[in-house]
Design a protein around this ligand. Sequence first.
Ligand SMILES: [Zn+2]
Length: 267
Amino acid sequence: MSGVPGLGHTGAEPVPASPVREKRHDLCVPLTTRTRLLAAVMMAAYGLLMTPAVQSMVAATYVRDIDTSRAFYELLGFREQSAGSAATSAWSSLHHGELSVLLTSTAPPLDIPRLPLLFYFFYEDVDAVVGVLGAAGVQVTHTGHPPHALGGEVKVLDPDGNTMLLGQREPSASQPPATHEEVTVRFSLLREAAALVSTRGGTEHQCQARDRQGGLCSNGADVKLADSMGDKAWVCLAHADEILVTVPEAFIASEDGPGLAAYLSRP
Ligand SMILES: [Zn+2]
């Protein structure tokens, strides 16, 4: 279990005494008070509490059977990088690029309730992973094109029966618009508007929408949207589609025709 501290203790194994536990008896101050005192000293020393800098995160899940779950996660694109087992526990560390999932199991198995959502994975090409899962006989349920997964979203169950969602944030260029008629119409209107902008030499604007981390979208703008309050924004196609779904007042702003003024001033 080296490299994965804290995992594998089943209660029967002795927990090694840490220096903190030993010192606790020397100081006649409860641990929580000491923690607060330490925080106060740190604040005084640094002026403010710094936000801890997280470097990476490992998602761990307890599974009934490591081999079965490993095979499932391999379909999702992960590969085992290290593994270990003892009499009462086993673990497998699966990686895909910077991402990792830690599978761990105990013997006897823990009684773990199924979760409504265990993991959400975003893919560059969700159809590709759906093809892999389908070929392996995994049942895949399409759940549509929600605003956070305009390229499509599917639901699968892991070998323990937990829900996993797989999504694609932006539609791919080659991907046909969603089959739902309204979405198809909306998207074809957007594409027409974008094509019109493009035939006029395009636009220098960047997409003015923000991503989920609060940063500006890195895409170039494709279309201009406006709302009934008079606000306007240049946005990429993916954000335009999301805005038209979530902001009922928004519409595609065309600068083509003579405009409302011409209509109102006609004889
Ligand atoms: Zn955008």
